[in-house]
Design a protein around this ligand. Structure first.
Ligand SMILES: NC(=O)c1ccc[n+]([C@@H]2O[C@H](COP(=O)([O-])OP(=O)(O)OC[C@H]3O[C@@H](n4cnc5c(N)ncnc54)[C@H](O)[C@@H]3O)[C@@H](O)[C@H]2O)c1
Length: 433
């Protein structure tokens, strides 16, 4: 007997929640969106139009939804990082299951409060670790879980954040100042990577973490002396600075458009003049890159010691010429290494009989360039995750990638501790799960 679709309310109808909710348009037999809660009236109305539910199912915020009797099986919570816990708890207490964006909490105390609430109420809560669902990481995980490279001795992970992404999100944008967004760069950007490390190392558990990092590049003392304060208003370097708002945003208006132009959402077809006015006005994205009141690091290295005696490293470096994620796992029987952007990895094994030889297998998942788009966001991870959430709720067979809130604790905790270590100049931190 086919099951009824899972019904869900979108809480925080921003960029992320809508991506997952679109499963309801593609596969209505799996998911039905029946309401929205968001303080932004434009987003509420757009969401209502997109999914066609009645006006009375539009709520001004998460607490207004929590104040009425339950109207759906689940909530898709796509609010911002610092709102996850405060918006989630009343809804979980009301009995909603939840798809919750990462980072699911911004510090250890909040994390424990939320996890305790889920345990007490028995809700099903899945965290949006979309990279687990990409063909690249999922295939590597399958090889590791099958024991192909033996016991893991060491795992090395690198993430290079492009100059464009760094400047847009972590210098000018929403995650630039931890006093405002309550997240560090490691938490916002790399809680995925540390989660992947924990997932690959699932046979053991982390025991100690340490970390170093700093804000290297964008600070007022590094600004050229003739630099102004707003690129399009008072800066003579507007045509030549690699980071000028003109070059990054006006000349490439599609890149990260949902962040840079979000204040133009109410205009159906914004013109270049609208964009210029926005950048000249009070938009954060029009500021000189060196004068943004940003306080998060732009590079950080993390070292994890595991109970088995294995070790792991993650190096995040912002400001690279292109985005890149690499992984290299070394086990007792061989190794796996690859590049996420190329969607290709190698399995290299010590030859069982011949000395001085190895067996190398190339695994090309053919998800590169335009194909990444064809597979959807995050190499297709976003779509597969939404489908797996439905399976998770319906009690069907979930994928190896499925991340309940309990599965996500080790990764989040390691991130909080890595940041504490960084603040204490690399002091090792004990991981108490
Ligand atoms: N999984 C990933 O790979 C990934 C990628 C990018 C962002 N994220 C995370 O997704 C989350 C959402 O990011 P976004 O860019 O979509 O944010 P967004 O700002 O576009 O959307 C957040 C929405 O929440 C609404 N909101 C604010 N307070 C609310 C309340 N009390 N009740 C209900 N709604 C409320 C806002 O009006 C806004 O529409 C963040 O936590 C972010 O870190 C995850």
């Amino acid at each position: 007997m086919p099951q009824k679709p899972i019904s869900a309310v979108i809480v925080g109808a921003g960029h992320r929640a809508i991506i997952y909710a679109k499963l309801a348009l593609q596969k209505p037999e799996l998911l039905k969106i029946v309401g929205v809660a968001d303080p932004d009236p434009i987003r509420r109305e757009k969401t209502r139009e997109m999914f066609g539910f009645p006006e009375e199912n539009c709520f001004e915020d998460a607490s207004a939804l929590a104040a009425v009797p339950k109207i759906a099986d689940a909530v898709i919570n796509g609010t911002m990082d610092q709102q996850h816990v405060e918006t989630a708890i009343p809804l979980l207490q009301k009995g909603y299951d939840m798809l919750l964006e990462k980072p699911f909490a911004t510090n250890e105390a909040e994390m424990r409060r939320l996890v305790d609430c889920v345990r007490k109420n028995g809700n099903k809560v899945m965290i949006c670790h979309v990279l687990r669902y990409t063909p690249f990481y999922l295939s590597i995980k399958e090889r590791v879980a099958a024991g192909e490279i033996g016991d893991i001795i060491n795992i090395q992970m690198n993430e290079h954040v492009s100059y464009h992404h760094l400047s847009t999100s972590y210098v000018r944008g929403k995650w630039a100042n931890s006093d405002v967004c309550h997240t560090t760069m490691l938490l916002a950007k790399c809680c995925h990577d540390i989660d992947l490390m924990m997932w690959m190392m699932a046979e053991t558990r982390p025991v100690t973490v340490c970390s170093f990092g700093s804000k290297f590049q964008f600070k007022p003392e590094n600004a050229p002396k003739e630099a102004g304060t707003r690129c399009l208003v008072d800066c003579p370097l507007v045509e030549t600075c690699r980071y000028s708002a003109k070059r990054l945003y006006l000349d490439q208006p599609e890149r990260w458009a949902f962040y840079i132009w979000d204040k133009l959402e109410g205009i159906e077809h914004p013109t270049e003049q609208d964009r210029i006015q926005l950048l000249k006005g009070d938009s954060n994205y029009g500021r000189c890159i060196y004068k943004c009141n940003n306080n998060v690091v732009d590079h950080q290295s993390v070292l994890v010691n595991f109970e088995s005696g294995a070790t792991g490293t993650h190096n995040m470096v912002g400001g690279a010429s292109k985005s890149e994620r690499r992984i290299h796992i070394i086990g007792t029987l061989g190794e796996i290494y690859g590049d996420f952007e190329e969607s290709k990895f190698y399995v290299s094994k010590i030859h069982p009989t011949k000395t001085d030889e190895k067996i190398v297998e190339e695994v090309d998942l053919h998800v590169t360039g335009d194909m990444v788009g064809a597979y959807g966001g995050h190499g297709g991870g976003d779509e597969r995750l939404a489908e797996d959430f439905v399976n998770f709720l319906q009690g069907g067979e979930t994928s190896l990638a499925c991340t309940s809130i309990f599965d996500s604790v080790a990764g989040h905790l390691c991130v909080y501790l890595a940041d504490r270590s960084r603040e204490q100049n690399g002091m090792p931190q004990e991981v108490i799960l």
